[in-house]
Design a binder for this molecule. Structure first.
Ligand code: AGP
Length: 614
């Protein structure tokens, strides 16, 4: 995710900004930049570069920027590819207002059109640049910078943390937070703003954390915080005890746990701007297929590896259910050598968090060689998968650092729900009412994910002790529950090194039931209404053999509690949305089991985050 650093004080700002950005590098980024108010020239100077911070430092080399106030940013591309022009900071037409921003401005297109009509010209493809031009508009009306900033922010929809500086008031930093983190570092004769605590830890341990809707005006001698209506806010100063490494993980012991907890936010970001606020319909402007082409699709091939492949298994159910297009899901490593029977009447969907997986890239080339159009779902803007595909839908999970994929998977699932509704709508099979019902449910997902974690984490810690010394764990389910079982078993295997296997519950008595003996843990996923009774029968089969059953069930499914050893509860939602919640307890179970076994959770043995070789 992007990083923000702002400085105001008596020292040279540029090296402090670069140092702060370096401490946010762990968040991932594809370009970086700084803006400083150069006291000598009485002007704002912006220096930015695509690539690593070293590229930016190289551009700064030899430049004598004498400045004690500035803003810095590392960008993880969402709107617009990684490039010098799209890197932050961004400025207005006159160069008098400079902003940096994390998050997504959902209504930026309509704002941009309006600003262009008023004569503004844009230099980037980003959503962020509209903020600088909006402020410029209000400054023209003779407001001071704080009022212009507030008025501009009032026009924005979406999630954001914004830092701004203005040539006419160079002794102030302006900032606001709405659903994207922002902190203030309190120094002596100097102050900071940042998107995360590590950025300021070398300079101060005194920090204030802004809440949603709070603004601040920061000078070198003080900070004034106010709420959305301008009322002053008194805020405690926290003393940070963590070291820099701990702070990168926001106090979590591992990136994986942090990323599991980030899922409500990641899902919200991925949905952002993709549901029409008025009609409730799905908006996927990134798809260039015409309605005619969508109606003519004879078959969809979903191709991916590992966790992304498991997301594809869920996607198959969703697309077949809503858009009535036959779907085949293939492992990319198999697909590329199978001489697949595909042609121009079909659509290939590739899914990849990193966008750099070698087998997935080979699958794209195979599909294109057979004249089959490729739609990619990926988390990395400008990645090889994105560049080589015909259309791209980005998941906005932010960088995933732990090798075990968590928030990438849940954001892939919500993207697939959106896509399935979209295809169903274009094919005339999903009514607007039905689309609205589903998108209303989708909007409830972030809150429900929060609840799943809050309600179950403590119990899962205890159940992990049961799994700690097991040789094998089985996951059973049917339909969508089976698809999620496959992701659950992979999670356990890859980080705890316990053998695990997912089974379509109906297959048990065709062989594996022989292994379900006293004390063997069976994780039973039973959220799908259509197959609930059948899975309950399978649970009885394993219980009759004295296996230990942990069920993952709907809150309303009271009967289950009496039939199994332990239950993890999930809020009731439409069957198609259950997988996104259902996977979370399986992630936590794998995580706490691995911790119990003393495994290196974030970097499991023999595995790499991005598999760029065959
Ligand atoms: C899952 O936890 C793994 N990290 C792995 O299976 C991963 O999903 C797979 O290698 C595919 O990676 P991609 O999504 O970056 O293409």
């Amino acid at each position: 995710m992007c990083g923000i650093v702002g400085y105001i004080g008596n020292r040279q700002a540029a090296p402090i900004l670069i140092d702060g950005l370096a401490r946010l590098e762990y968040r991932g980024y594809d370009s970086a930049g700084i803006a400083v108010f150069d006291d000598g020239r009485q002007d704002l100077e912006i220096v930015k570069a695509k690539g690593r911070l070293s590229e930016l430092s190289e551009r700064l080399n030899g430049r004598r920027l004498s400045s004690v106030v500035g803003l810095g940013h590392t960008r993880w591309a969402t709107h617009g590819r990684p490039s010098d022009a799209n890197a932050h900071p961004h400025c207005d037409c006159s160069g008098a207002v400079v902003v940096v921003h994390n998050g997504i401005i959902e209504n930026y297109l309509e704002l941009k059109e309006d600003l262009i009509a008023r004569g503004h010209s844009f230099r980037s493809e980003t959503d962020t640049e509209v903020i600088a031009h909006l402020i410029e508009e209000f400054l023209k009306e003779s407001y001071d910078m704080e009022t212009a900033f507030r008025r501009a922010v009032r026009r924005l929809q979406g999630s954001f943390a914004i830092g701004a500086i203005c040539k006419s008031e160079p002794e102030k930093l302006f900032a606001v937070r709405n659903e994207s983190p922002l902190i203030i570092g309190i120094g002596s004769g100097e102050n900071f703003i940042a998107s995360d605590i590590p950025a300021v830890l070398s300079y101060t341990r005194d920090v204030q954390i802004l809440n949603d809707g709070e603004f601040c005006v920061v000078t070198k001698s003080g900070v004034i915080i106010s709420d959305i209506d301008g009322a002053l806010v008194n805020k405690d100063v926290m003393k940070i005890q963590w070291d820099a490494k701990g702070a990168e993980k926001a106090g979590y012991p591992h990136f994986m746990l942090k990323e599991i907890h980030e899922q409500p936010r990641a899902v919200k970001d991925t949905l952002s701007g993709r549901i029409d606020r008025k009609t409730g319909d799905v908006v996927l402007n990134e798809i260039s297929l015409t309605d005619q082409q969508i109606k003519a699709i004879s078959k969809i091939n979903i191709v991916a590896c590992g966790t992304a492949y498991h997301a594809g298994l869920v996607g198959r159910h969703l697309i077949e259910n809503l858009a009535r297009i036959p779907v085949e899901v293939s492992l990319a490593s198999e697909f590329r050598y199978a001489d697949p029977m595909i042609d121009e009447s079909m659509l290939t969907i590739v899914i990849s968090q990193s966008g750099e997986t070698a087998d997935t890239l080979a699958a794209i080339r195979e599909a294109k060689a057979k004249a089959c159009r490729v739609l990619a779902i990926t988390n990395v803007v400008g990645s090889s998968v994105a560049r080589e595909s015909d259309d791209v839908i980005y998941t906005w999970a932010g960088p995933e650092i732990a090798v075990a994929s968590t928030k990438a998977y849940t954001t892939q699932l919500v993207t697939l729900v959106l896509l399935a509704i979209y295809l169903g709508r274009r094919r005339g099979l999903v009514s607007l009412e039905e689309a609205k019902r589903l998108t209303d449910e989708l909007q409830r997902l972030p809150g429900n994910l929060q609840k799943v974690i809050a309600d179950n984490e403590e119990n899962i810690r205890r159940y992990a002790k049961l799994l700690r010394d097991c040789e094998s764990v089985f996951y059973i389910g049917r339909g969508l529950d089976y698809a999620v079982s496959q992701e659950g078993q992979l999670k356990l295997k890859e980080i705890s090194y316990i053998h695990a296997e997912a089974l379509a519950a109906g297959e048990l008595k065709h062989g594996t039931l022989a292994l379900c003996v006293e004390g063997v843990p069976v994780i039973a996923l039973v959220t799908q209404k259509k197959t609930r009774e059948k899975t309950r029968s399978n649970i009885k089969e394993v219980k009759a053999r004295d296996a230990t059953v942990i069920a993952l069930a709907r809150e309303s499914d009271h009967e289950i509690a009496g039939e199994v050893d332990y239950v993890l509860w999930l809020p009731d939602m439409d069957d198609m949305l259950m997988p996104t919640m259902l996977v979370v307890p399986t992630q936590l179970l794998a995580y706490y089991t691995a911790v119990e076994r003393g495994c290196d959770v974030d970097k499991p043995r023999n595995l790499a985050k991005s598999v760029t070789v065959e």
